[in-house]
Design a protein around this ligand. Structure first.
Ligand code: F6P
Length: 371
């Protein structure tokens, strides 16, 4: 079936590069004579149109001019609007989750949309796979600063987040040294330690704590004491938000209806414990949403523009139900079913982990030899 009109949806947490993908999709589509509309806030423009003046935004050349370098998404996004688990007021006044995927399919049909490009992380790809099963022609584009989506070498947004985190770690070195403090830097990443590992190594942290390698708090304290004994009276610890001591769970803030659980508190928990165990002043810096905000760096702009155009080529070639994936130097297409329900975590035997160990960066998992 030929294409006349397509829709774009951006879902889940934002990431640098979303607007670059949107521009790429729009320009490549207009050049084929297709119309493009953007759905507001994930799928909310279809499921709750009454909330918006324009629930679907017509995307022409003018509307995507000059947006490649901008952070956020001109369509808006949400991590509360999953149509598979849409929050609704239940009979007792409490929120319950309902499946509204059929309404999305209906909405797309009503608006005469022939195909959908869904830009998002694991949650968005799960939704895209479901819509594909329900007969929607759909292509997925992998986004997340966490880089935890399987099937692609990297997701867009990751490199910008790592670059910013590295710059922050660089800045923290001098103040940690000046005050002879322990500085704990918490970074996002959910249950994958990619941001912590890459920024920690690039920023020459002394200790890196990952969800993939449970740590012993006492062993981290011993490392700090050992550094102090050698006259290195400050320590930089990078901790992933999903990292946890062995035998304990990750620090979770809460679980709301219709969305994934919120992580948080790993850095503060560790800082308190280290201060007590080492008797040395410690401070915690939570980088949090600073890693998601701001524009994409050159690497992410390039990946995003390539992903957007590749998604349009896929539709043009009659493909559906696939994810655009980076397999340098190529962009490939893999079935959506191959990237959902799995989290790409850091392989603990990978060379980046090995490089850290070779350079003396500590993961808190081994008992230190007596110095
Ligand atoms: O998945 C991206 C991400 O930024 C995670 O690293 C983090 O745990 C989560 O989103 C935070 O989500 P929210 O902005 O909803 O608190």
């Amino acid at each position: 079936m030929s294409i006349r009109r397509i829709a774009i949806s951006t879902g889940g947490g934002d990431a640098p590069g979303l607007n670059a993908v949107i521009r790429s999709v729009v320009v490549a589509s207009l050049n084929r004579g297709w119309e493009v509309v953007g759905i507001r806030d994930g799928y909310s423009g279809l499921l709750e149109p009454e909330r918006y003046k324009t629930p679907l935004i017509k995307l022409d050349r003018e509307s995507v001019r000059g947006i490649t370098h901008l952070g956020g998404t001109i369509l808006g996004t949400t991590n509360r609007g999953n149509p598979m688990r849409y929050p609704k007021l239940g009979p007792e006044g409490s929120l319950v989750e309902v499946d509204r995927c059929a309404e999305v399919v209906e909405g797309l049909k009503k608006k005469e949309i022939d195909a959908l490009i869904s830009i998002g992380g694991d949650g968005s790809m799960e939704i895209a796979a479901r819509l594909f099963d329900l007969g929607v022609r759909v292509i997925g584009v992998p986004k997340t600063i966490d880089n935890d989506l399987d099937g692609t070498f990297v997701t867009f947004g990751f490199d910008s987040a790592v670059s910013f985190a590295t710059e922050c770690i660089d800045r923290l070195h001098s103040t940690a040294e000046a005050h002879q403090r322990v500085l704990v830097v918490e970074v996002m990443g959910r249950y994958a330690g990619w941001i912590a590992l890459h920024a920690g190594l690039a920023g020459t942290a002394d200790v890196i704590l990952l969800p993939e390698i449970p740590y012993q708090t006492e062993a981290v304290a011993a490392k700090i004491r050992e550094r102090n004994a050698h006259g290195r009276n400050f320590t930089i610890v990078v901790v992933a938000e999903g990292a946890h001591p062995s035998g304990a769970a990750a620090s979770v803030i809460g679980q709301e209806v219709g969305r994934a659980e919120r992580l948080g508190g790993a850095g503060n928990r560790l800082t308190k414990d280290l201060e007590q165990l080492c008797g040395q002043e410690a401070r915690c810096v939570v980088l949090g949403h600073l890693l998601r905000g701001g524009g994409p760096n050159a690497t992410d702009r390039l990946i995003s523009l390539r992903f957007g155009a590749a998604a349009v080529r896929a539709l043009d070639q009659g493909k559906s139900g696939v994810l655009v994936a980076l397999d340098p130097p190529h962009v490939r297409y893999i079935p959506l079913s191959e990237c959902t329900h799995r989290c790409k975590t850091v392989p603990i035997d990978c060379d980046t982990v090995q490089t850290c160990r070779d350079l003396g960066v500590y993961f808190g998992d081994e008992v230190l030899a007596a110095s």
